[in-house]
Design a protein around this ligand. Structure first.
Ligand SMILES: *Cc1c(COP(=O)(O)O)cnc(C)c1O
Length: 392
C-alpha cells in the first residue's frame, strides 16, 4: 500500500479523479493501546467495522488477537490473515452451513445466540459438540445510541433465564452478552446493561464464565462530542464491582468504531457547486452511507493547493454521484465559502463503516486505498489538541 506523509501531500501528488480512502496506522495503534491498557478484560475487534486486510494486520500487530465475526466469510478472512488468532462467531442468527463450516473447518468454538431455536441449530450443526462456548445475548435499552440494535437482536430478560440454563447444560463455557447500540453517547448504558446481567445471574444462580459488554464505544463527530473513553471504562468497572460476585467472570468487549473510525478518511472531489449544494464523487452508495439517512455529520476539511481560501464558512449539503435522490448527505458540512468545482475535501471518521459499505451502483466504485501519517481531523485519543480542522 502506497504511503504519504499527509492527506494534502497525497492530494497534491496524485490529484485523484476518483474518491480515495486513507488509513492511518498511527491512529489504530493509539486506539488499540488505549483498550489494551485500560479495558479490564479481553478486547475483541468487531471485524465488520472495517475488514480491510491491512487494517486487520495493523490491529493484530498492535496486540489484539481476538476477533468478533458475523459471517463465514469474515471467519475465512481472519483465518487467511492469521492462523492463530481467536475467532468468536457473535452473530445471533447464522445459517446451519456456516456454523458447521466454522466449527469443523476453522476451529471456531465460540457462538452467540438469543433463541432456543438458534441453540438447537448450533448443537445440531456441530453434531452435539461438547467443547462449545455459548454466549446468550440479552436485549437492553439502546436509548443513548445513534444506531439502535435492540429491536433486531437480544433475548428479553425473561427468556434469557431459560436460555442461560439450557446453554449451561450444553456448553463447556457460557457467557452473557449485550450491545448498547453503536455510537453510544451515554456511559450509563453500559452500567445498566451490566445491572441487567446481574439480575439474570441472581435469578438463575448461574455465574457465567464470561460477561461480554459488546461494542458501542463512541468516536467523536462535529455534533457528537462524547465524554472521554476513560469515563466509560470507569463506569464499566464500577458496574462490575457492584455485582459483588464471588468468582469474577472473564470480561470481553467488542469495539469496532472506537478502534478504527478516526484512522480512516475519504477524499472526494467536487464535480459541481449549485449554491449550497456540493455534488461530489462519492456518496451513500460508496463510503458515505452513514452520512445519508443515518445523518452522521462528518468532520470536513478543504484541501488546497495554495489558492487563497476564504475564512468565511458556509454550511453545505452533499450530493453523491449516482442517479438516486437518496444519494444525499444533509450534513451540515462547514467549508470555506469560495470552495468550487475541482476542489478536494477530506471527510474524517470514516475508518469505521465507510469503505466496507461500498457498492458498484451506477458504475461508481473506487478501491484506491493509501496509508497516511498525519493526525486525524478529530480524535478521541488526543482530545486536548485544538486543530483548525477546516482547511489544510
Ligand atoms: C457491530 C457490532 C459490534 C461493534 O460495534 P461498534 O458500535 O462499532 O463498537 C460489536 N459487537 C456486535 C455483536 C456487533 O454487532
Amino acid at each position: 500500500m502506497r504511503k504519504f506523509g499527509s492527506v494534502s501531500e497525497l492530494v497534491n501528488t496524485l490529484k485523484p479523479e476518483h474518491p480515495v480512502y486513507c488509513i492511518r496506522p498511527n491512529s489504530i495503534k493509539k486506539s488499540v493501546e488505549f483498550f489494551k491498557n485500560n479495558f479490564p478484560g479481553k478486547v475483541l475487534y468487531a471485524v465488520k467495522t472495517n475488514p480491510n486486510e491491512k487494517v486487520i494486520k495493523i490491529i493484530i500487530n498492535n496486540g489484539i488477537k481476538n476477533f468478533d465475526v458475523a459471517s463465514i466469510n469474515e471467519v475465512k478472512l481472519i483465518r487467511k490473515i492469521d492462523s492463530k488468532v481467536k475467532i468468536y462467531f457473535m452473530h445471533t442468527i447464522k445459517s446451519r452451513e456456516s456454523i458447521k463450516e466454522a466449527y469443523f473447518n476453522y476451529n471456531v468454538r465460540d457462538f452467540a445466540l438469543d433463541t432456543k431455536e438458534e441453540l438447537s441449530k448450533i448443537l445440531e450443526s456441530t453434531k452435539n459438540a461438547k467443547d462449545l462456548n455459548l454466549y446468550v445475548r440479552v436485549a437492553i435499552s439502546n436509548e443513548h445510541a445513534e444506531i439502535d440494535l435492540s429491536r433486531k437482536f437480544g433475548a428479553l430478560s425473561s427468556e434469557a433465564l431459560g436460555l442461560l440454563r439450557l446453554s449451561k447444560e450444553h456448553g463447556r463455557k457460557v457467557g452473557l452478552s449485550f450491545h448498547v447500540g453503536s455510537q453510544c453517547m451515554d456511559k450509563i448504558s453500559f452500567s445498566k446493561g451490566i445491572e441487567e446481567v446481574g439480575n439474570i445471574i441472581r435469578k438463575t444462580k448461574i455465574v457465567p464464565d464470561v460477561i461480554n459488554i459488546g461494542g458501542g464505544f463512541p468516536s467523536i463527530y462535529p455534533d457528537l462530542t462524547p465524554e472521554p473513553l476513560e469515563n466509560y471504562l470507569n463506569e464499566i468497572k464500577k458496574g462490575l464491582n457492584k455485582l459483588k460476585l464471588e468468582k469474577t467472570p472473564e470480561i470481553f468487549c467488542e469495539p469496532g468504531r472506537a478502534i478504527v473510525a478516526e484512522a480512516g478518511s475519504t477524499i472526494v472531489k467536487i464535480l459541481l457547486k449549485k449554491k449550497q449544494k456540493l455534488y461530489i464523487n462519492d456518496g451513500t452508495y460508496g463510503s458515505l452511507f452513514d452520512a445519508g439517512v443515518p445523518n452522521f455529520v462528518l468532520p470536513s476539511k478543504m484541501i488546497t493547493s495554495g489558492r487563497v481560501v476564504s475564512k468565511k464558512l458556509t454550511a453545505f449539503n452533499f450530493y453523491g454521484p449516482t442517479c438516486d435522490s437518496l444519494d444525499y448527505m444533509k450534513g451540515p458540512f462547514f467549508l470555506p465559502n469560495n470552495i468550487r468545482e475541482g476542489d478536494y475535501i477530506e471527510l474524517g471518521q470514516l475508518g469505521a463503516y465507510g469503505t466496507t459499505f461500498r457498492t458498484k451502483f451506477n458504475g461508481f466504485y473506487s478501491d484506491d486505498i493509501y496509508q497516511v501519517n498525519d493526525k486525524p481531523i478529530l480524535s478521541m485519543y488526543d482530545r486536548d489538541k485544538k486543530v483548525d480542522y477546516l482547511v489544510a
